[in-house]
Ligand binder design. Sequence first.
Ligand SMILES: N[C@@H](CCC(=O)N[C@@H](CS)C(=O)NCC(=O)O)C(=O)O
Length: 222
Amino acid sequence: MTLQFWTVSGAPSPWRAALGMAFKGLDYDVHLLSAGQKEHKSDAYLSINPRGTVPTLKEGDMTLGQSIAILAWLDRAYPAAPLFGETPQDAGLIWQRTMEIFDYLPGATSAVLSPIFFQGAGEATNDLKIASETLRSELTHLTDILARHRFLSGARPGAADAVAFPHVRLIQRAMETKPQIMQDLGLADLNALSPEIADWVHRVEALPNVAQTFPPHWADAA
Ligand SMILES: N[C@@H](CCC(=O)N[C@@H](CS)C(=O)NCC(=O)O)C(=O)O
C-alpha cells in the first residue's frame, strides 16, 4: 500500500514529513497542491484535513496531519532507520531537540523570510534587523549541537534533522535568491555564518532520496 502525501511546494512543514520518509527510504505518491489556487482549502482536501493545512499523510484508512505526528507515526509503522533513536535515552534527547527546534526555529525563520519572500521587503528595517539577530542566535543553537554530532539527532539523521532542515535550507535559498537584503541583515553566507551548519546541509543533501524532497518550483526556476 503506497503512502499518499499531500504537500505544497516550498512549505516547510510537509518538507519535514517528506524528509522523515526519505531517511527511511520509503516510497510515496505526492499530491502537490497549489497554494496560489487555494487547493488546500478545497472541499476535497478539507475532507481529509479539516484545517486545510499541509502535510497530510494517508495509508489505507489512516489519515494524519501535523508533521511531528507524522514523524512519530512513521517510526512506529516503519521502525527501520529510526527517527527517534534506538534507546529510551536517545528518544528523550531527540524529542527534546526536535521540540526545541520546532518551538523556536520556524518562528525565527519566518520573521525574516516572510517579509522578504512574500511582502517584497528590500530594505533592512529595524524590525528585520531585530528578527535577524534572533535568527542568528537560533542558528548558534544548531551550531552548538553540530559541533558535537554529525546530525542534530546524533550519529544518524532523524526527527530533529527533518524538522530543522527545511527552515535552514529556506534561509540558504534566500541567501541565493535575495543576496542584497540578506547581506544587509548580516545573513549573507551560510558557510561564513556557521561552517558546522553548512557542512550538515551538505551531509543531509547527500543522503539517498533527499533530493526528491526539494520544492519542485526551485527546479522550475533554475
Ligand atoms: N504544526 C503544523 C503546521 C502545518 C501548517 O501550518 N502548514 C502550513 C504550510 S508550512 C500550511 O498549511 N499553511 C496554510 C494555511 O495555514 O492555510 C505541522 O507541523 O504540520
